[in-house]
Design a protein around this ligand. Structure first.
Ligand code: TXA
Ligand code: MG
Length: 326
């Protein structure tokens, strides 16, 4: 852990760190973010591990401006209006991912949408400009703890970690960004209240459903959205053998032989590597001719917990494709 002043030299060093796949905590106007290269699944897996998130909730992808946002997500007229009205600022906009998007699957929890925002903070902006890539950054707190609004909070929470923290002083908004889902053509839904009030959002786009109210008609904690968790083929978990008609998602040095197609999450049995590979490998296997995907047992500690959570949801969700934005 190294807390440093967010001056030019440290921002340049932080950008190099990010470009080489390591993590940097940085200030935004809302809260401090735990940032990593959004195009690098290993870096994103490290974020999940450091936060000890029990499941793979999708992360917010930070970009420099709307032009860069359009390279990571598909913006329709409504999403562009919201971006024009509130960016830079505390609004995250959920949009469909493009077919060959550069943001890794893990940052989007394997789903067909991506949450994007342009932070309104000079340090965040300078870091994005220097890193020259989108940054995935959840709030820089261990899962289940309060969001950090000062560098000291990050330092206290992650004392032992290999982490550089850019100290840009206290956050001015101090509350996370509002998350608005524009991925459905029929509905616009507020998924999380935050720095931009709902009334401001509705002054730009009418008919916004409040997905944060328990009686709202729209479903909505992303962890509960089955489309984030449903592969196109049935999953058979904790397999101790594989049938000739099945694909195999293997783990460890001794994968079973004879599957239609095989991907190994980590030959070395490394859970961070496995997390980084999980969604991309499921996508690969569901495109095979197999009738189901057999999944070898994965240890249920560290990131293995989130991997198993994801796989269990996938197994329960049944047949419905990951890529379907329905
Ligand atoms: O203010 C903020 O948004 C801060 C700073 C660092 O930018 N970031 C933040 O990230 O609060 P995080 O990961 O703690 O919260 C992300 C929220 C979660 O509620 C997540 O479920 C939602 O955004 N989210 C992310 N991607 C999504 C997606 N594709 N669809 C729906 N919800 C998404
Ligand atoms: Mg958070």
């Amino acid at each position: 852990m190294r807390v440093v002043a967010a001056d030019r030299a440290h921002i340049a060093e932080a950008a190099e760190r990010l470009r080489s796949g390591r993590l940097v905590a940085f200030p935004t106007e809302t809260v401090y973010g735990l940032g990593g290269d959004a195009t690098n699944a290993r870096a994103v897996a490290d974020i999940f591990e450091l936060k000890a998130r029990p499941s793979f909730n999708p992360l917010i992808v930070h970009v420099a401006d709307l032009a860069e946002a359009e390279t990571v997500g598909v913006f329709d007229e409504r999403a562009r209006l919201l971006a024009a009205a509130f960016w830079p600022g505390p609004l995250s906009i959920v949009v469909p991912r493009p077919d060959e998007g550069k943001v890794c699957d893990l940052a989007c929890a394997g789903g067909s949408t991506v949450a994007v925002r342009v932070p309104d903070h000079p340090v965040a902006q300078a870091l994005l400009a220097a890193a020259k890539r989108p940054l995935a950054a959840p709030s820089a707190n261990p899962s289940g703890y309060l969001s950090p609004t000062a560098a000291e909070h990050v330092a206290q929470a992650f004392g032992q970690a290999d982490l550089m923290v850019l100290d840009g002083g206290p956050c001015t908004v101090g509350l996370e960004s509002t998350v608005v889902d524009c991925s459905s053509r029929q509905h616009t839904t507020m998924l999380r209240s935050g720095g931009v009030p709902l009334s401001d959002v509705t002054s730009v786009v009418s008919d916004v459903c409040d997905g944060t109210r328990p009686d709202g008609e729209q479903p909505r904690s992303p962890g509960m959205l089955s489309r984030h968790y449903a592969p196109a083929l049935p999953l058979r978990l904790n397999a101790d053998s594989v049938a000739g008609s099945e694909a195999l998602l293997a783990f460890g040095p001794a994968p079973f032989a004879g599957a239609v197609a095989t991907r190994n999450l980590s030959i070395r049995g490394d859970l961070v590597e496995a997390a980084a590979n999980l969604f991309a490998m499921l996508h690969d296997l569901e495109r095979s001719d197999a009738i189901a995907i057999a999944v070898m047992a994965i240890p249920d500690h560290g990131l293995g917990h989130a991997i198993n959570d994801r796989l269990r949801r996938g197994a329960e969700a049944g047949i419905c494709t990951i890529a379907d934005p329905a």
